[in-house]
Each structure stands twice: as structure tokens, then as C-alpha cells.
Design a protein around this ligand. Structure first.
Ligand SMILES: C[S@@+](CC[C@H](N)C(=O)[O-])C[C@H]1O[C@@H](n2cnc3c(N)ncnc32)[C@H](O)[C@@H]1O
Length: 230
């Protein structure tokens, strides 16, 4: 129990709790595992905190490994979460401003899980934070805005901070356009085509790439070179 009287929960407790959010349980469980592995080597970072569902899982993994998670969100909601849009939730509208504000609920989630010494919120647009960022990261989870310009900007602005061996995770990968928007899938493929990543098994719509150690050849790099030799 922490100073606020909240319990430190583990992964089994987490799966029994309800959070506002869009991520499947299996995807959330995989985030926990990846964060627990990565956080031994450096800080983790997510783009898209919303009400704290992914931060709860990533943060619990980080805490168990003695690491931290930076969680970046302007907390004003994405395009599809605005009034009248598909993912609008009236509970998240601030009556004082008439705008979406997910920060109070995010803070409550972190406090209730006693993650306040592990999950560090950054309330700002991802691209602004990235411009001044200097710290190498062991894991980057992209789940912010889903327009192509936003997903690509999140990828291009942050990827240079990922350590060799670190994980790049992108949510909402839909190879079938009938099942969902194509921007995250397009950016996932761009990362893969760079030849800098190994592809790990997807978990539902969670795409998982691992940055190759410096100087090592990935399948993509070998395939591209092989094509030139025939
Ligand atoms: C799909 S939700 C994130 C869901 C969250 N990962 C979860 O598991 O519950 C997307 C979030 O990204 C945030 N967002 C969208 N564009 C952003 C940007 N450019 N910079 C920072 N946050 C952004 C929105 O405010 C929203 O809270």
C-alpha cells in the first residue's frame, strides 16, 4: 500500500479492473510484457494516454522492472473523440470549457494504481515534446491521432530516440481496409521497409517491431539485397 492508501496492483489484478479505453485485453497484456522487458534498459514512452488504460499496463510492467513510462497526450481528444464523432464520450466533456479533457480521469487511474512514481504524464502535443527530447528510449508505443499526418509525424519525430534492441509498437494495425483505418498500417510498413526493424508477432491489432542491434542485418535488408543479386 502507498502513502495515499492505494494498493500496488499486479497484472492479474489489472485484468479484473475496468478502464475506459479501446484496447483489447490480449493487446494490453502484451504491452505489459514488452514494457517489463524493455524498462530494464531505459525509459519507455507512449503517445496517446487518453484515460490511462495502456498506461496502466505499460506502467505496471515498468514498475516491476524498476523503470518509468513517459505518457504524452494533449488530453483534448483525437478528431474521432470530439462531440458528434464515432468515439465521442460525453463523460469526458468539461462543462466549464465545453471541450474534451481526459487528464482528470488519467490522473485518477494512475493514482488508484499507485503508479505516480512510475508514470510521468506530459500534457502537450507529441510533435512539440519530440522537438526537445534528448533521452534514448527502450520502448515507444504509438496510439495518438490516427490521421496519416499524425501517425507519420509520431513515427518520424520519435523513432530516432529508440535504442537498438528497443521496441516500436503501433496500435490499430488493420491489413484489411474493411476492418479499420489504414494510416497506422501504412506507417508500420514504412518502418519495416526501412530495414532497421525485426518484425515480432502481431497481437490482434498491436504491431510490434524491434529495432535491430547496430550493424545487424534484418530480413528486410537481406531480401532487398537479394533482389538486386538475381
Ligand atoms: C486512441 S486514444 C489513446 C488510447 C490509449 N492508448 C488507451 O489505451 O486507452 C488517442 C489519444 O491521443 C491523443 N492525441 C491525439 N493526437 C495527439 C497529438 N498530436 N499529441 C498528443 N496526443 C494526441 C488524444 O488526445 C487521445 O487521448
Amino acid at each position: 500500500m502507498d502513502l495515499n492508501g492505494n494498493l500496488e496492483v499486479n497484472i492479474d489484478d489489472l485484468s479484473k479492473l475496468a478502464f475506459k479505453g479501446f484496447m483489447a485485453d490480449e493487446e494490453a497484456g502484451r504491452l505489459y510484457e514488452l514494457a517489463k522487458d524493455a524498462a530494464r534498459f531505459g525509459p519507455c514512452l507512449e503517445i496517446g494516454s487518453y484515460c490511462g488504460r495502456s498506461a496502466a499496463y505499460l506502467g505496471t510492467g515498468c514498475r516491476e522492472a524498476g523503470g518509468v513510462l513517459f505518457s504524452v497526450d494533449h488530453h483534448q481528444g483525437s478528431e474521432e473523440q470530439q462531440p458528434g464523432q464515432e468515439y465521442y464520450d460525453p463523460d469526458l466533456l468539461d462543462p466549464a470549457t465545453g471541450r474534451i479533457n481526459t487528464f482528470p480521469l488519467f490522473c485518477r487511474t494512475i493514482l488508484e494504481l499507485s503508479l505516480q512514481d512510475t508514470v510521468i504524464p506530459i500534457v502537450a502535443r507529441s510533435e512539440v515534446v519530440a522537438r526537445f527530447w534528448q533521452t534514448p528510449l527502450s520502448l515507444i508505443f504509438i496510439d495518438g491521432g490516427h490521421a496519416f499526418e499524425t501517425v507519420f509525424s509520431d513515427y518520424s519525430a520519435w523513432v530516432s530516440h529508440l535504442k537498438p534492441g528497443g521496441y516500436l509498437i503501433i496500435h490499430d494495425i488493420f491489413p484489411d481496409p474493411a476492418k479499420g483505418g489504414q494510416a497506422p498500417y501504412c506507417v508500420y510498413n514504412m518502418a519495416l521497409a526501412s530495414g532497421l526493424f525485426f518484425e515480432l508477432p502481431m497481437v490482434q491489432t498491436l504491431g510490434v517491431l524491434q529495432r535491430a542491434p547496430a550493424g545487424s542485418l534484418t530480413d528486410e535488408s537481406k531480401t532487398r539485397w537479394g533482389r538486386l543479386q538475381t
